[in-house]
Structures are given as structure tokens and as C-alpha cells.
Design a protein around this ligand. Structure first.
Ligand code: C2E
Ligand code: CA
Ligand code: CA
Ligand code: CA
Length: 277
């Protein structure tokens, strides 16, 4: 609106309206996605930087909507967070991922599960984790919860307590997308993360020989090391990047070069267990 009085003919209103309408439709569909069985998990391998052995998988949710087709998590996760639908969705993800890992993978292979702040702030969160572990029979040591720095923006102490409860169960916690949020290093003193995940923007930068990106990765690796934490480089897409990351001393690598997110059946094939169990 160039002119507030001009009401009917402003340029952007129909667009805004369409977006709000589209969002509402998406939200309604998402509300029934769980019961309609439209959600599924894909698994992306995490490899040891030195041996290139698969040491874990990250569970990444997918939505095949009957009305909207396949919707990217970059689109529906923020919507799920806004509407708190992430709480039941996240519970489902956790249970499903633990079931798959316990039933189909070797005992030394971990499962990484993304957890949103809204989930952590639920008083029930630790109970949800306990239930996922007991119903699947998964050894808690095999479950790694991934959180981003954003959990410290709101009720930091509640989030911290919830994560400490999970650690007390034997689970580990990874700090995801490190360095891309509203970083404060203060929380690294207070919470014993097992892993810092170095975001793809630094990996990409380093691949383009950005001295700043290289310096940042080096510093993160050194810091993690002195804190007794490991590092996982995200978004490694080719051999050159993998080699560079190895030289920088990251512990683990994840990225299209070692495997895209894949259906459970394909993840099982990596261990030669096509039928699971
Ligand atoms: P994330 O946790 O940072 O996950 C990594 C994202 O990077 C995934 O996108 C993955 O497919 C993509 N990726 C992996 N390797 C490469 C690579 O080599 N190159 C490039 N360009 N991309 C790569 P995806 O699956 O679209 O997920 C996007 C985000 O959605 C995730 O980012 C995470 O924040 C969120 N998400 C996904 N599943 C869940 C979930 O179950 N719960 C919650 N709370 N969030 C989830
Ligand atoms: Ca993640
Ligand atoms: Ca990440
Ligand atoms: Ca990310």
C-alpha cells in the first residue's frame, strides 16, 4: 500500500492474502499428516572422517502430502514450530528413529534426532525420550539429540535441564548448525555437548579457500578438542571438501559425498541387512 486510504487497489494485498491462505491450508493438512501416515523418515549417513566407516545416521523428516505433494522440511518445520504441531510430530520422529536403529542397524551405529526448542520446553520431553528408548529397546548411548543455539534464546535453564535429564539417561547431545545462530559461547561452559556440528556455510567457504572459513573451522576444532567434544562437518559434497575437512581435523563427516538422506530400506542395505533385524 502506497496509500493507506486506497484499500482495495493496493499491490501487495492479494499476495499477502494468498500467502496467508496457503499457510492456513498447509497448516490444516499438517494437522492431519500424522494420522494419515504422510510423514516418513529419511536417514543420512554420518561417517568417521579417517576411516569413512558409517558410524551413525541423522533422521530427517519428510512429508508426502496428499494435497501439497512433497513438502520440504525447510517449509513445514517452521510451520510446525509456530503451531506447536512439532510436539506430536517430534515425538513420532523420536520413536520411529529409535525403532529403526534398534531393529535394523549394528549396535555401534548411532541415530541422531533433531529436536526443536518447543519440544524441549515441554515438561514431558524427558518422559518422551524414556518411552522411545524403552519401547524400541535402543541402548541410550546410541541416541544423539541435535539442538541448535536457538534453544538458549528463550528459557535456557529449562532447555538445559531437559538435556541434562537425557544425558543422565546415557544419551548424547550435539550442537547443530554451530556458528550460524545468535552465538554465545557461554552455554558451552554449562552443557557438555558430545559433538559440535560445523555448518555447511563454513565447509563451502573453506572449499573456496576462504581464509576466514578455514580459520573458523580450525578454531572450532581446537575449541571442541579442548572441551572434550568432537566435531562433525556438515554438507560435504565432494572429495576435495572431504580431504580438506580431514586435514582440518574434524572427527566425523556428513554430506551428499558420503550419502544423501535415504529411505530406511536403503540405509539397511549399507550393512547388508535388506530385511532389517
Ligand atoms: P539440519 O538439521 O541442518 O539437516 C541437514 C540438512 O542439510 C538436511 O536438509 C540435509 O538433507 C541437508 N544436507 C545434507 N548433506 C548435504 C550436502 O552435502 N549439501 C547440501 N546442500 N545439503 C545437505 P533437510 O532434510 O531438507 O532438512 C532441513 C532442516 O529441517 C534440518 O536441517 C532440520 O533443521 C530440519 N529438520 C529435518 N528433520 C527434522 C525433524 O525431524 N525435527 C526437527 N525439529 N527438525 C527437522
Ligand atoms: Ca541436524
Ligand atoms: Ca545442521
Ligand atoms: Ca540447518
Amino acid at each position: 500500500a502506497k496509500d493507506a486510504g486506497g484499500g482495495e487497489h493496493c499491490d501487495y494485498e492479494p499476495l499477502l492474502h494468498a500467502n496467508a491462505e496457503e499457510k492456513r491450508r498447509l497448516e490444516n493438512s499438517l494437522r492431519s499428516a500424522l494420522e494419515k501416515n504422510e510423514l516418513l523418515l529419511h536417514y543420512q549417513p554420518v561417517v568417521d572422517a579417517k576411516t569413512e566407516e558409517v558410524v551413525g545416521f541423522e533422521a530427517l523428516v519428510r512429508w508426502n502430502s496428499s494435497e501439497h505433494g512433497s513438502v520440504s522440511p525447510a517449509k513445514f518445520i517452521p510451520l510446525a514450530e509456530d503451531t506447536r504441531l512439532i510436539v506430536p510430530i517430534g515425538t513420532w520422529v523420536l520413536q520411529q528413529a529409535c525403532n529403526e536403529a534398534a531393529a535394523s542397524w549394528p549396535e555401534n551405529v548411532k541415530i541422531n534426532v533433531n529436536v526443536s526448542p518447543e519440544q524441549l520446553l515441554e515438561p514431558e520431553f524427558a518422559t518422551t525420550v524414556v518411552r522411545a528408548l524403552s519401547q524400541s529397546g535402543l541402548d541410550p548411548k546410541r541416541l544423539e539429540i541435535e539442538v541448535t543455539e536457538s534453544i538458549f534464546l528463550r528459557d535456557a535453564s529449562i532447555a538445559r535441564k531437559a538435556l541434562e535429564q537425557c544425558m543422565a539417561l546415557g544419551c548424547s547431545v550435539a550442537l547443530d548448525d554451530f556458528g550460524t545462530g545468535y552465538s554465545s559461547l557461554g552455554y558451552l561452559r554449562k552443557l557438555k555437548f558430545s559433538t559440535i556440528k560445523v555448518d555447511r556455510i563454513f565447509v563451502q567457504g573453506a572449499a573456496q579457500h576462504s581464509p576466514e572459513s578455514l580459520a573458523i573451522i580450525r578454531a572450532v576444532v581446537a575449541m571442541a578438542d579442548s572441551l572434550g567434544m568432537t566435531t562433525t562437518a556438515e554438507g560435504v559434497e565432494n572429495d576435495d571438501e572431504a580431504e580438506m575437512i580431514r586435514q582440518l581435523g574434524c572427527t566425523k563427516i556428513q554430506g551428499f559425498h558420503f550419502g544423501r538422506p535415504m529411505p530406511a530400506a536403503d540405509a539397511r542395505l549399507i550393512f547388508g541387512r535388506p530385511h532389517g533385524g
